[in-house]
Design a protein around this ligand. Structure first.
Ligand SMILES: [Cu+2]
Length: 122
């Protein structure tokens, strides 16, 4: 009986871990092909993004547009599955609330490492 409950507890823990790792793998970011209900424009220049933080609504398909206004830049994140290069846009749904760092992922010159901002999912 004790053994059974230990096995049951173990399976519950495994199931919980399994569902967590699914959303952790991409940080809860999905590209579903759904029509966007809002848009966030991120403007990049040498060597900054136009805002320190960008806000998106959790669970809403959001069109994220990157405009490289000066120089060639990109955005990536080490927290979530998020990557846009040059002048491009993607419709993404952010399923996890939180603050996620984004940075330039194109070696663009002396200020490259200062090109850091945040996406706030709320
Ligand atoms: Cu850069």
């Amino acid at each position: 009986m004790l053994l059974l409950s230990v096995i049951a507890a173990f399976m519950i823990i495994m199931a919980a871990c399994g569902s967590n790792s699914d959303s952790a793998a991409n940080g809860g970011v999905e590209e579903t092909g759904a029509a966007a209900t809002s848009e966030v424009v991120i403007k990049a220049s040498n060597w900054k993004f136009d805002q320190p933080e960008y806000r998106v609504k959790k669970g809403e398909p959001t069109k994220i547009t990157l405009q490289s206004e000066e120089g060639s830049h990109g955005i990536a994140s080490s927290d979530i599955d998020f990557k846009i290069s040059g002048n491009d846009s993607k419709v993404l749904t952010f399923n996890n609330a939180g603050e996620f760092e984004i940075h330039c992922n194109v070696l663009c010159g002396t200020g490259h490492s200062q090109m850091i901002a945040k996406i706030i999912v709320e």
